[in-house]
Ligand binder design. Structure first.
Ligand code: DX5
Ligand code: ZN
Length: 218
């Protein structure tokens, strides 16, 4: 199913001292990607619900909380309250994925599931019909500015084939190392939701950088 490419800027590499201004630069995005890191599941600590709640009042963009945390269940109520539209949990962080996805959806939010580069697709099968997004990490999570792991492209292709064969509406996101060059490859492989941090926020014109990703045709 060929669809318009969604671009979700990650603010992890934005100027945290001027976040409101940074948000204005990406007002044309499809999603706002919020990298929530707890320093346990990933070796970095970013920001949490109080900051997200403030951001809610400063942007009209739908917000996706990418939970890179060891105990996502504990944070669901806080992000619901903070006003996000989607919560993307890591498959690796819960033995009860179906229950967690059902809970997120019961709260009226969209549900996404993220997989680290080495995590196989198998554990997704039962929940795929309930997902808005599968986020395939194209870097080992924890930091922006890393190089895309090319081996994940084959995983994108396999998931695309699986979803198309079953006519499932879930989007395929890729997250990490996305720029003009790598975006062509991941879109050709079947991705239709691009998370980009460094490429967008290091550009002199983030809105143009964002649009350039969206305009890619393969
Ligand atoms: C990494 C985060 C990504 C990252 C993307 O753990 O999940 O969203 O911030 O940053 P770039 O686009 O700089 O690789
Ligand atoms: Zn992310």
């Amino acid at each position: 199913m060929k669809r318009a490419i969604h671009v979700a800027p990650s603010i992890l590499d934005a100027d945290f001292a001027n976040l409101e201004k940074e948000l204005d630069k990406i007002a044309t995005a499809d999603w706002l990607h919020l990298d929530i890191m707890d320093g346990h599941f990933v070796p970095n600590l970013s920001f949490g619900p109080p900051v997200v709640k403030r951001l809610r009042g400063k942007t009209a963009l739908p917000m996706d909380a990418h939970l890179m945390v060891t105990n996502p269940e504990a944070l669901i109520p806080l992000f619901v309250e903070a006003g996000v539209e989607m919560i993307t949990v890591h498959l690796e962080t819960t033995p009860h994925l179906h229950r967690l996805v059902s809970w997120i959806r019961a709260e009226g939010l969209k549900a996404g599931v993220a997989l680290n580069p080495a995590t196989p697709l198998d554990g997704l099968e039962l929940v795929l019909p309930d997902l808005e997004l599968v986020l395939l990490m194209t870097v080992n999570p924890g930091y922006g500015g890393q190089k895309l792991i090319r081996g994940v492209l084959e995983k994108v292709e396999r998931l695309r084939k699986y979803l198309d064969e079953r006519d499932l509406a879930c989007r395929i996101g890729v997250d990490g190392g996305i720029n003009m060059e790598t975006a062509r490859d991941v879109i050709a492989a079947g991705a239709d939701h691009l998370v980009a941090g460094t490429y967008i926020f290091s550009s002199p014109d983030p809105a143009a950088a964002l649009q350039s990703l969206r305009n890619i045709t393969v």
